[in-house]
Design a protein around this ligand. Sequence first.
Ligand code: ADE
Length: 241
Amino acid sequence: MRIDVFTIFPDMVSGFAGQSLLGRASAKGLLDMRVHDLREHTTDVHRTVDDSPFGGGAGMVLRPEPIYASVEAADPPRPLFLLGPGGRRLDQAMAQELAESGGFSMLCGRYEGVDDRVRTDLCDGELSIGDYVLGGGEVAAMVVLEAVGRLVPGVMGNSASAGDESFSDGLLEYPQFTKPAEFRGMTVPEVLRSGDHGRIARWRRARALRRTILSRPDLIEARGGLSEADEALLADPDLSD
Ligand code: ADE
């Protein structure tokens, strides 16, 4: 799967993409991440990528020419998303959708903005990672790379673990424990040490439900409320630990 990123801070993004899970996925040939430096397509000695806004006002705006030249030279996979707080908000479902697509690209905005012809003509859509304003799209690009990259088939060593985690079923993840069974007086729930896999699965489901109800009731609402089976699990005294 190919993902291209256009930025004026290529080292930031490629450094991140070369590490950990994404780095291993690239080495295995599962991900083809290409980071493009917008400054390579400037024509002046100062490698200027921005200019003052027409109409006046504070700050600088990224010029269209280096962005168009960079994108046209790379011929990147589409859709090409402009990263910015005005875009469609990334969630797990969108990450999954992107992971199942053939590829896509991201353009990192900077400064006060990007010339609007880039947004309306060159890009295919806008993508945001949340309702807050970052200094630029680079961190957002890294968030998208990680959220999507780990869902690409083969990238996670244990493929079952991506399906079991928070949001995959519209619920938060159940709590996890490892050794020791007792730590500073806090014990691991007995059910997890019982070896009874059916009971463990029911306990986990009950705890995922309970945690979601308490922390993110909006997610329960989005699933259409609790099913009868969910209610029964929550009421089961054997799973209350
Ligand atoms: N650039 C600035 N803020 C952003 C956000 N919230 N998401 C994506 N890109 C951004």
